[in-house]
Design a protein around this ligand. Structure first.
Ligand code: AMP
Ligand code: MG
Length: 522
């Protein structure tokens, strides 16, 4: 891979752990530890993204080279690089969890290409000092889910880490999927992901918890210098601007999640990127029937902390933890509190604009908040598929009656026989007002429909679609991974050849493990 331009800013400039073994331990006075990936027994490439390869400086031919296979499975370390695991802490499900760190992620190197910088990171390449009691490995099931979803999100326009490659390790990994005492062997896999960096809120929390304020200052300044170079001014002013940037990008990311119906599932502070990109695809899921209370994560089924409708509040809570972490550099609560408070007001305003755009409304009137709230409530009266509803809504015309509009979106109902009586009345009332509202906008049906189709995807990675791809991949057939990869590269296009994926969740998937229920076991 002759064009890979290695430029390790992170390990060159930040304090390293002096212990270089893989022994599990509490680390101090360092933001990372040097580690070596575990050698996989017989790696095999399942899929690689040509686009991501190109982004980092790898050619199409090189993807099929032995060197690519070896480097991105962890078998070989690139010359002039030293892989490392980052030390971070975190709040998990609202509780302080202390040191966590890259337990099964290993950063290979940073590269520079076309004036952009990327970190290449393996997930599932073996133990690190942060593996705690686990094995540092990942199974095929969760790797397929991460690989496909990150790319699907990118093409949907949602800020995210990218996926470069998906490989089998050739080794078996023991997992108890449902944590019910039934462990079984599964195929091991390794994903190489790509991002500007994999720095999480938890890194800042770690330094503050250990009271390493000099390291904290150096780390914040490192982040500003490389990731927010536009920030200028007095040190304190810079730290506040840095916080404001993270708040802004995080807010933008959450608005996108709510737009496409993505539920992260594990919004712990160690899974929050400093770049406001979606990171760590674990037990995530996609809303099928619109339900703000839904969470795919069985580990969280009691409290539903990370349910769809709670994601903005949790993002703010996580940002509050980041504010606490950098507070010792600022020593003034008020400016941080002000930025935190603005998160929800700014979010509400962005959410409203986003939702109106989904409805094909590009101006805003006073009654629009009610129009949105009424729709959110009506969508929940009887199971209604979010993706089908919004995509088909673009076919409603100004001259249509409420009845006609209902006919247009009827495919979105999981139980059409329920759309009678009061429920039908609610729908008729909502559509009557909606159509009036369309008529007040100065936009032709055709232009509106085109604009709506740019924000309402036709294809998302429904939970059952990943599961089908996993089941076939487990049999050694990767055609479905290839098909979904192609499909999801153009989520807003009609793609009639893929029409079968523009459909409600099939009945068999309603409560199947992997489709609507996922645990953290991966
Ligand atoms: P997650 O919930 O996947 O974000 O992981 C939380 C923490 O557990 C992180 O520090 C991970 O690195 C670690 N972890 C998760 N799975 C494993 C594993 N199989 N081996 C080692 N560490 C893991
Ligand atoms: Mg994580």
């Amino acid at each position: 891979m002759k064009n890979l331009k290695i430029n390790n800013r992170f390990t060159n400039e930040l304090p390293a752990d002096t212990n270089e073994t893989n022994e599990v331990r509490q680390v101090s006075n360092a933001v990372f530890s040097f580690v070596n990936p575990t050698t996989p027994s017989s790696p095999k490439l399942i899929h690689a993204s040509e686009e991501v390869a190109k982004l980092v400086g790898i050619t199409e031919d090189e993807i099929h080279s032995e060197s690519f296979l070896n480097v991105f499975s962890g078998k070989e370390v690139l010359p002039h690089t030293r892989p490392y695991a980052i030390c971070y802490a975190g709040h998990q499900f609202g509780n302080w969890a202390g040191q966590l760190g890259d337990g099964r992620a290993i950063n290979l190197t940073e590269v520079e290409h076309d004036d952009a910088f990327f970190t290449l990171q393996l997930k599932g390449a073996g133990k690190t000092p942060y593996s705690r009691t686990a094995d540092g490995l990942a199974v095929l099931r969760s790797s397929v889910r991460e690989y496909l979803c990150a790319e699907a999100m990118h093409y949907l326009g949602v800020p995210t880490t990218r996926s470069l490659s998906l490989m089998l390790s050739g080794d078996q990994v023991l997992r108890d999927i449902l944590y019910n005492g039934n462990p079984a062997y599964e195929k091991g896999a390794i994903v190489c992901r790509v991002a500007p960096s994999f720095i999480r809120f938890g890194s800042f929390e770690m330094l503050t918890a250990r009271n390493e304020l000099k390291n904290l200052k150096q780390f914040v300044e490192y982040n500003i210098k490389y990731y927010f170079p536009e920030i200028k001014g007095e040190p304190k002013e810079q730290y506040l601007q840095f916080f404001q940037k993270v708040v802004d990008t995080t807010r933008e990311m959450i608005v996108h999640w709510q737009r496409v119906g993505f539920v992260h599932g594990v919004m712990n502070t160690d899974n929050m990127s400093i770049h406001g990109i979606t990171i760590d695809y674990g037990p995530y899921g996609w809303l099928e029937n619109y339900d703000p209370n839904w969470t795919p994560n069985t580990t969280d089924s009691q409290n539903r902390r990370y349910r769809f409708g709670n994601q903005p509040q949790i993002a703010q809570w996580n940002l509050y933890q980041l504010a606490n972490a950098i507070y010792p550099l600022i020593n003034e609560a008020e400016p941080l509190e002000k930025i935190l408070a603005s998160f929800i007001t700014d979010y509400d305003s962005d959410y409203k604009t986003m939702f109106l755009n989904k409805l094909g409304l590009f101006t805003s009137t006073e009654s629009d908040s009610k129009l949105i709230a009424d729709l959110e409530a009506t969508l929940q009266l009887s199971e209604t598929d979010m993706t089908l509803f919004f995509r088909n809504l673009s076919k409603v015309k100004k001259e249509d009656s409420a009845n006609k509009a209902l006919e247009i979106i009827q495919d979105a109902f999981y139980l059409p026989e329920e759309i009678t009586g009061e429920i039908l009345d609610f729908w008729t009332k909502w559509f009557t007002i909606y159509i009036e509202r369309l008529n007040a906008e100065n936009l032709s049906d055709e232009s509106r429909s085109q604009k709506m189709n740019l924000v309402n995807p036709k294809y998302v990675l429904r939970n059952y679609m990943s599961q089908l791809a996993i089941d076939t991949a487990d049999q050694g057939d990767y055609s479905l991974i290839n098909e979904l990869y192609l499909l999801l590269q153009k989520p807003y296009d009609e793609q009639p050849e893929f029409e079968k994926w523009f459909a409600k969740r099939p009945d068999w998937a309603r409560s199947k493990v992997g489709c609507s229920m996922l645990s953290c076991s991966s």
